[in-house]
Design a protein around this ligand. Structure first.
Ligand SMILES: Nc1ncnc2c1ncn2[C@@H]1O[C@H](COP(=O)(O)OP(=O)(O)O)[C@@H](O)[C@H]1O
Ligand SMILES: [Mg+2]
Length: 389
């Protein structure tokens, strides 16, 4: 661990030592990943449950920065069942995006590295541990098997090319075998219609700036669907849109979900959006999963004080309050995480055991788990947990 001055900054010497050490660590990771002709057997694995599309198993993703090691994701475990939507929710900075970028191998490198854990990806006839897949092979997985929708559509669209050309390119690249230009265009128009664009021939010839934010996000969704991926990652797909358009895009995603048989990993800081979209909910806090369960379980019986706080800080139509609840305090510094429960300093319901090490996972039902000492004795420490038994 880095030594710090009393004022809290690093000396030049200390900082140089850290960057040297970081380079040594990250070079080793990079070297592994850049190898060519790696036998498939090295990254083949077995799904724990063949009904899952993805299994995150004890994932640790760190950033080796000059200020120290940022433990962005620190032991995350959850499954994405085939054909289901899993919502990951938590405050900004809790590691939601880093979790999904780890799956795509799109972390900022060389600083960002998965240092421990497995991400098992179900390919139907076999399964890969994405963490071990070399760069060469990963390109065939991104877009084909897993695709991603980002928050801001303009980051995914090129402003100087027409919409049609951009969607065509995605199809030609990933799904173009045996297709001539006419076939590709036909498929593009089909996709544009699938995402609810009325004047598809006209939009085909437009530039991104001629479309509204909601339309652009529809185009990006069309591109993500282009090659029937097994998993679609939607990282805050509606956060940059205003409320009415947000509702339209959510509707679209929900309808699509029933028509395409893909799983969706839906990332948002907004519990209201989760309630509309998700079958399963994963609540993250400071790089760890604090609670997970089916959407009904999480909304009917939120158990972790953090989940309860998130629920209380959401406005409810028809309920009049003077001041909306906000969880006191702030997220701990990810470079120096405490060894007790990360939420302790903000929690209003601590018990004695909370002084001890990070709480173990407690099972409230076969699908509902929570990491909190309040529930350790099995019967639960609150009125909320009582409903479970
Ligand atoms: N490239 C990076 N370098 C250093 N730290 C990073 C980097 N990317 C993300 N982080 C840190 O990782 C943590 C989780 O970030 P992120 O997953 O983006 O949060 P969110 O839950 O809002 O998506 C944050 O503390 C963030 O500062
Ligand atoms: Mg994010």
């Amino acid at each position: 661990m880095a030594k710090k001055h009393a004022e809290g900054y690093l000396s030049a010497k200390e900082s140089r030592r850290i960057s040297r050490e970081n380079r040594r660590i990250t070079n080793a990771f990079e070297k592994r990943r850049k190898r060519r002709k790696v036998p498939e057997s090295e990254y083949l694995t077995q799904m724990r449950d063949p009904n899952n599309a993805v299994e995150f198993d004890n994932l640790h993703t760190y950033f080796f920065t000059d200020a120290g090691t940022v433990k962005s994701v620190d032991g995350v475990t959850f499954d994405i069942p085939i054909g289901k939507t899993v919502g990951v929710v938590g405050e900004s900075g809790c590691g939601k995006s880093v979790t999904s970028l780890s799956l795509m191998q799109l972390l900022q490198r060389p600083q960002g590295q998965v240092v421990e854990g497995e991400i098992r990806l179900n390919l139907g006839d076999k399964a890969y541990d994405v963490v071990k897949v070399p760069n060469e092979r990963m390109q065939g997985i991104r877009g084909n098997v897993v695709s991603m929708i980002f928050q801001e559509p303009m980051t995914s669209l090129n402003p100087v090319f027409r919409i049609g050309d951009q969607v065509d390119e995605v199809i030609a690249l990933h799904d173009g075998e045996g297709k001539n230009r006419q076939d590709v265009k036909k498929r593009t128009i089909e996709l544009l219609e699938l995402v609810g664009i009325a004047n598809s021939e006209g939009v085909y010839r437009m530039y991104p700036h001629e479309l509204s934010g909601g339309m652009r996000q529809r185009i990006v969704i069309a591109m993500a669907l282009a090659c029937n991926p097994r998993l679609i990652i939607a990282d805050e797909p509606t956060t940059a849109l205003d409320v009415t358009i947000q509702a339209q895009v959510l509707d679209l995603l929900r309808n699509l979900k029933n028509r395409i048989n893909s799983s969706i990993l839906f990332i948002t800081h907004d519990l209201g959006v989760i309630a509309e979209m998700a079958d399963y909910v994963v609540v993250m806090y400071a790089g760890r999963v604090v609670e997970k369960g089916t959407a009904e379980e999480i909304f009917a019986n939120p158990s972790h004080p953090y989940t309860i706080g998130l629920m209380a800080s959401k406005p409810v139509v028809g309920k009049k309050v003077d001041k909306l609840y906000s969880i006191p305090g702030k997220v701990p510094n990810p470079v120096n995480m405490p060894n007790y429960c990360y939420f302790k300093d903000r929690c209003e319901r601590c018990v004695e055991a909370c002084q001890g090490e990070y709480p173990p996972e407690v099972r409230l039902s076969p699908t509902h788990t929570v990491s909190c000492y309040l529930y350790r004795d099995g019967k639960g420490g609150s009125e909320n947990a009582g409903a479970e038994n």
